[in-house]
Design a protein around this ligand. Sequence first.
Ligand code: FAD
Length: 382
Amino acid sequence: MNQQNSAYDVIVIGLGGMGSAAAYHLAARGQRVLGLERFTPAHDKGSSHGGSRIIRQSYFEDPAYVPLLLRAYELWEALARESGRDVYRLTGGLFLGPPDCVTVAGSLRASRQWGLAHQVLDAREIRSRFPNFTPNDGDVALYEAKAGFARPELTVAAHLALAENAGATLQFGEKVLEWAETAGGVTVRTGQGAYTAGQLMICPGAWAPQLLADFGVPITIERQVLYWLDPVRGTSSFTDHPIFIDENDSGMQIYGFPAIDGPRGGVKVAFFRKGVECTPETIDRTVYPHEIGEMRERVGQLLPDLDGPCLHSATCMYSNTPDQHFVIARHPECTHVIVACGFSGHGFKFVPVVGEILADLAIDGATDHPISLFDPSRLVTT
Ligand SMILES: Cc1cc2nc3c(=O)[nH]c(=O)nc-3n(C[C@H](O)[C@H](O)[C@H](O)COP(=O)(O)OP(=O)(O)OC[C@H]3O[C@@H](n4cnc5c(N)ncnc54)[C@H](O)[C@@H]3O)c2cc1C
């Protein structure tokens, strides 16, 4: 499949979460890789910044993700070892709400189906084991010891460093303007030059609508806000603390992390899916007092000690498909092009395994990983 005269086997567009992992796995398996990124390494303008991302296995979204998570965990461990960086940490995770809500019932379903270790706690047990939480009397929680968080910027930096060590050429501050398929491969034009390769991998994050205009998969970009609150009694009771996702009666989920940024670093919390539609050009990066007020009100109900001033906030973009499942596949009309997009606000925990899957697709033409859920034909509208 490789174009004979190209200097590269694969060009990767976008070196964020997925593209940096793909560049590493491809280069480690002997491919000549060119990575092109419009911004700087591990930047904060896309979807892979903000210091932490939840990782977990009891996947309430769909049990079909669990085998991928089991492999992702092996690769998280390998990435930490090979890069020598603290890219992830297991803290335990608490998934709370009414017994029949998606967060609790879905986590339980995935745990039971795959035999994952877990405990179910009633409200009294939650309060006594995790005294920061004040759940409603009828609430329950699934506790998963293997949940924790990944460090997105460190992860991207680790994959980039390992990719370069393995021989990849990575170019930053270089925006791809257009790409095209040719008889034997692909051409890519940037502000700085033109390149050819046997295959192209497009990992565009929130720029999917631009880079994949003819792909036919509707992806909606959404602004999301992260808040770092200052606990009223200091961070010490939040340092040795599980990550959590809480769902209330109306189905709105919030999630949070331990205090991982020191005594003045606060505790990060966010709404899971409470965004307004935007584009990377139009996203409003200002976080407003009424948004902070809304977050503090919810936190005040669940974790009263965390309801302190907001020290810092940030915005980030989700790239949502209509069914919130990913898109990972060969481009249906361009045989030399592989696409990974639409990670719908829950992709980071899969970053290492997506890198492996993308390398499988480019090198072997197929993967043994179960990815039928991510087939774009389920969504194509044009
Ligand atoms: C607030 C927030 C919280 C989240 N929480 C979690 C969580 O707890 N757990 C979890 O698993 N997931 C979480 N996610 C989702 C996860 O972070 C994303 O699914 C993941 O980071 C997406 O990675 P990506 O590679 O698709 O996008 P990105 O990392 O944004 O990478 C895309 C890259 O493509 C580059 N690019 C785009 N266009 C061009 C061009 N024309 N030329 C060159 N380069 C280009 C961009 O600059 C960017 O670097 C969260 C996301 C957000 C925003």
